[in-house]
Design a protein around this ligand. Structure first.
Ligand SMILES: [Zn+2]
Ligand SMILES: [Zn+2]
Length: 161
């Protein structure tokens, strides 16, 4: 946990490893890992940035899978509900979770220029929220932190060498 460097572009996730992990998770929990669920997860794992549902649908159509919008939305709902994928609300786009099924509070660093998303795995930044919530007697069920800024690569690209 916490081995993701701040400011880096999202480190490439091992697609094969993540897919076989998803496969065995689904098998173990009696969930169906259908073709469209698998393909949508693969596309998100391969993507360097958050991807919108429409883009995913276009990609599936290019692959001539006769993909229909409901199939893509259902696949995304499934992947989000079961912790394989996170939704970045402000971008209306999706990223594959870097730590599926680990107990974690997702913290996303989203680049305003290239829309790359780095998922940090830390509970630190939300500790203050827990404390604040306890104070007013609010039971937190879900906390998602989306931070926006400029990633290392874009920052360097801007500066003269
Ligand atoms: Zn995650
Ligand atoms: Zn960037």
């Amino acid at each position: 946990m916490g081995d993701v460097a701040v400011g880096e572009h999202r480190p490439p996730l091992c697609v094969e490893g993540m897919i076989s992990g998803a496969e065995s998770y689904c098998a173990k929990h009696g969930l169906r890992f259908t073709d469209s669920r698998r393909r949508v997860l693969e596309l998100l794992l391969e993507a360097p940035k958050a991807v919108g549902a429409y883009e995913l649908l276009e990609q599936l159509r290019r692959e001539k899978r006769g993909a229909q919008p409901p199939a893509v939305y259902r696949a995304l709902d499934f992947l989000v509900a079961h912790g394989f994928v996170h939704k970045i609300d402000r971008l209306s786009a999706f990223v594959a979770c870097a730590h599926p099924h680990e107990d974690h509070l997702p913290v996303f660093m989203v680049c305003n220029r290239c829309e790359s998303v780095t998922e940090l795995c830390s509970s630190q930044p939300t500790d203050f929220l827990d404390a604040a919530a306890r104070e007013v007697g609010f039971l937190l069920e879900e906390t998602v932190v989306e931070a926006f800024g400029i990633c290392t690569r874009c920052k360097e690209a801007k500066q003269p060498a």
